[in-house]
Ligand binder design. Sequence first.
Ligand SMILES: Nc1ncnc2c1ncn2[C@@H]1O[C@H](COP(=O)(O)OP(=O)(O)O)[C@@H](O)[C@H]1O
Ligand SMILES: [Mg+2]
Length: 219
Amino acid sequence: MNTLAARLGTILAERGIDPTTSPAEAPSERVTALDLAAARIPPRYRHALAGHQQVAAWDEVALAARPGPSGTRGIALGPSLLVAGPTGTGKTHQAYGAVRSLLTAGVRLRWEAATTADLYARLRPRPGHDAERDLATLSTCPLLILDDLGAAKQSEWTEEITYRLINRRYTDLLPTLLTTNLPTAALRDAVGDRVASRLAEMTTTVVLTGADRRRQLSA
Ligand SMILES: Nc1ncnc2c1ncn2[C@@H]1O[C@H](COP(=O)(O)OP(=O)(O)O)[C@@H](O)[C@H]1O
Ligand SMILES: [Mg+2]
């Protein structure tokens, strides 16, 4: 990044442009990365801002100087976040808002997002599909959004998949943003104690309260 920035500075200087005063002229890598990343954010959350104080605090911690791909700033190892609260209180909005602010801050990272229901559908064994590879991708990506944990119908198989996913991320200290609309005890019942115990250690919990914003918006 530094070499790239230096090279860019030289090129701009040769053209008589001061990079510090002509941001519009700088074909910044950051803008492209952000544009690409934004295209993967679902349209409803494309402008989401992580306005909640604790979510913003998580962002601060996650913004580490750890080198990311090609030497750019990467995400910190360690901090995960569990956003809990009733339906429509803005959990998914906060989760995408947090990713957006990392991307806006110039953090280059691979990230994946899935609702747990979609995750299980995606990982169901089926011919011609390497579910183990998919699980490995989700388990090892630098940032994962796992939306609506505990909301999908559970079975021994879903519990095992959730355990393997969470345990890998727990062991490798990989930042994970989870949302749930279940209170703590019900979440433990839904995902099993092995997962709940790991979540208790690896996440900071943010509880959103209030009315269902969807119903307010349609009113
Ligand atoms: N802080 C916010 N500012 C503006 N709109 C919001 C905010 N939080 C949520 N919303 C909107 O409210 C609706 C419900 O939010 P969502 O995050 O999907 O809720 P949840 O995931 O908790 O069910 C969505 O239309 C979302 O865009
Ligand atoms: Mg949601």
